[in-house]
Write a protein that binds this ligand. Sequence first.
Ligand SMILES: Nc1ncnc2c1ncn2[C@@H]1O[C@H](COP(=O)(O)OP(=O)(O)OP(=O)(O)O)[C@@H](O)[C@H]1O
Length: 471
Amino acid sequence: LLSSHDIVAQLDYGPVLPPLPDEMPDDEEAMRIVCLVKNNQPLGATIRRDEETGEIFIARVIHGGLADRSGLLHPGDLLVEVNGNPVVGLEPEQVIQILVKSRGTILFKVIPNAAQSSSSLKPVYMRAMVDYCPLQDSSIPCPDAGMAFSRGDLLEVVDQSDGQWWQAKKLPCTVSCAGLIPSASTLKSKQREQWWCQPLQVHTCIRPFVFSSAGFRQSFRLWRRTSYRRRRQSCTSCSPNSSALSTPYEEVCLYQRLPQENHRLIVLVGASGVGVNELRKRLIKLNPSIFQGPVPHTTRPIRPGEQTGREYHFVTKELFEYMVCNHRFVEYGEYRGHLYGTSTDAVDEVVKRGRMCIVDVEPRSILTLRTGKLKPYVIFIKAPSPERLRQTRRDARIITSYSVNRAFTEEDLLEMEDLSRLIEAKYKQFFDIVLVNDDLQDACIQLCSIIQEAQDEPQWIPVSWSRNQES
Ligand SMILES: Nc1ncnc2c1ncn2[C@@H]1O[C@H](COP(=O)(O)OP(=O)(O)OP(=O)(O)O)[C@@H](O)[C@H]1O
């Protein structure tokens, strides 16, 4: 053991750090000399200039970066020299140039910030509800330290001490170093600026729903074939990611459902014709004692053999309209002069009975279902590649707007793929998981295991859902 120790002790380890300067100023006890070895990584700190005194301070130290790992540089430290060059009075860009030109080691002389807090910050988890690209943001203090993210990304925010710029990592995390992201208030003010610059758009979404006369099934998906496109063109300003309306981040936490708690609502969404209803039907058929759909309401007369509360809740037009006014429907529409709708009470009923409620809805209806009581788990059913669509849907039948049951045409498949892409781009921040409906059998098996995990494994949910069951 001793001889191994001697061998290791005699080895040279590089790089060799330069000796400390011989002559130290009188006020040296207040100074700290920090020597960092430059490698391919960025320094991991930003600087700011005090406009009155011209002094340069460390503005922030990026978590997990080189400066942070050294443990020797802290926000608020006054930068006196870099590699022997006095920096007081220089512009931050000039200091950065000195740093960029430095090779090997960088010697900082700093006066430590006396008020520096040593408390370790507890991370906060956020779901990004907007897209962000630091390279397109002229206001970011250091674009290289910025972190890009897209809607739906899960962020571990490790530092919120700066009101304007937070530090975060994307989960699952592959890097140790955090990146700069705008704080919620910074992003909101950017959104407001953008919104004011947009040309005036008529907010058609506040008009009541107008449904096409397309076929209308219990799943309420048939009329969507025409209505989705119409709404897309008419009211982009009111979409969930409309800059003026959206919350940039949603705080989330891990939620583990307890066995005695209600099952989470399972929500399937996808482009018309992609197979959402087929998957839902197969799931319910597989185990009707576990999976169940809500019973819809209708104003159409009851037919022989039907039972109220089984096929439909048969109600009067007045009662239906009263329910609409009281926001009791997740979705509703008109088909051949009769009203049809899925009520939130019908969803509650299934959940209360201890079953797993499965609904397939239009993507925009997800917003109505996002409550702490239902804790919806949203599965996006995605179209496979065009080649696989052609192969797998060869024998499939499509029900068009006019209730015509026919084979899929090339145009249907292209439209389905196009819509699938559009829905994903617009609503992905609300999806818990994406399931590609390629081979039907495989998709069913995957769906079953996804649902089991959603109910039994810890999942990220908005913090507001865990605080307030009714929210
Ligand atoms: N993976 C698949 N492979 C082959 N055929 C499929 C697959 N998924 C669904 N289909 C068939 O495609 C057709 C349309 O599916 P489905 O009715 O479920 O569409 P949808 O997504 O509910 O849309 P819409 O509500 O507009 O009908 C059905 O005939 C269904 O059997």
